[in-house]
Write a protein that binds this ligand. Structure first.
Ligand SMILES: [Zn+2]
Length: 335
């Protein structure tokens, strides 16, 4: 009898879907179902989008590249890199005989928002950001020795607020003191202040392997029909939430921030992750949550407690937000 956990590949072709690739021409992708999800051949997608495909290590890692982008994928793994930036796929890549399959949801929700960034309507301008310092008041967040996450989240947010203001952004905070703010109130504050973007700021901690686990990860809302990639943070099922209106913007914003954090600060790149956190689910604008480092790591924890390190992290976030803004804003109409 076949194991219930085995991946079942229905070899019959179940349909043909059309994709509008970044190269511009319409493309047909043959689909199969693997473990109940629609998958397409990586080679078909690569060909249709002008990417050259090659094995980095046979049956283990492959690379797709063109003159603009490089994507690295691992067989039977969700770990991927787009232009050197860590990104967790929603579903692991599958290899069956010579063919490598990728979920169509990853093509649509993980690759395309980065390779073909969303654009605002012509004349649209991004100018205001709501920063959300995690936890506060009776909720300390992670506590490691005498270090409380809520304190560093607020100091970090205030540093980022000052730098963003200098860069010309209009900035508000969901809390500016050590006060408790309910989770659903936080995106609502951003909506009432008419913020264009919402950025929640946290620091992480772990009990297991505290001496080795470190680094930054940026979360955006999980697309409907996919599992979240955070451990134990899932909630609210696998359905659609208000924040899913901004799936493309969320992913592209998370990618830009993961990129500048990992390139400009000597922080380990833990990759873009997806989660259905309350503050992301209910956001009425593109939204991300940044876990900027591990308080539980002996060296990283000490760095997070230093104002100069928080300054560096904030500077990388400003650069990421500016890069996002430049990409999504269209220039003035020539007409
Ligand atoms: Zn937190």
């Amino acid at each position: 009898m076949r194991s219930a956990t085995a991946l079942v590949i229905m070899l019959s072709v179940i349909g043909v879907a059309r994709l509008t690739p970044s190269a511009g021409a319409a493309q047909t992708l043959e689909e199969v179902r693997i473990a109940g999800k629609e998958y397409a051949r990586v080679s078909d997608w690569a060909k249709g989008n002008g990417f050259t495909l090659r094995w980095l290590k046979r049956d283990e890692a492959l690379e797709l590249s063109n003159s603009y982008s490089t994507i690295v994928l691992q067989i039977h793994s969700p770990d991927a890199q787009i232009n050197g930036v860590g990104v967790r796929l929603l579903f692991p890549l599958v290899q069956k005989a010579e063919t490598v399959w990728i979920s169509k949801l990853d093509l649509k929700s993980t690759f395309e928002p980065v390779l073909l960034p969303p654009r605002m309507r012509r004349g649209g301008v991004l100018k205001s950001i709501c920063l959300d310092p995690g936890h506060g008041g009776k909720d300390p967040g992670f506590q490691v020795g005498s270090s409380q996450e809520k304190k560093f989240a607020l100091l970090f947010s205030q540093e980022l607020q000052a730098q963003l203001k200098r860069a010309g952004w209009k900035v508000s905070l969901t809390r500016s003191r050590d006060t408790f703010v309910e989770l659903p109130s936080r995106p609502d504050i951003a909506r009432r202040r008419k913020a264009d973007l919402f950025v929640s700021l946290h620091f992480n901690a772990t009990e297991a392997s505290a001496n080795s686990v470190k680094g930054a990860e940026v979360y955006c809302l999980t697309p409907p029909g996919a599992p979240s990639t955070n451990a134990g943070g899932e909630g609210g099922g696998a359905g659609w939430f208000a924040g899913n209106r901004f799936n493309d913007e969320n992913m592209f914003l998370a990618y830009q921030l993961q990129k500048t954090l990992s390139r400009e600060v000597s922080v380990e790149d833990r990759g873009v992750h997806r989660a259905r956190f309350v503050v992301l689910r209910d956001a009425a604008m593109p939204a991300v949550l940044i876990e900027a480092g591990f308080l539980s790591h002996p060296i990283e924890g000490r760095k997070i407690a230093s104002a100069s390190y928080r300054h560096q992290l904030a500077s990388a976030i400003v650069d990421g937000l500016d890069a996002y803004k430049r990409a999504v804003q269209r220039g003035p109409s020539p007409l």
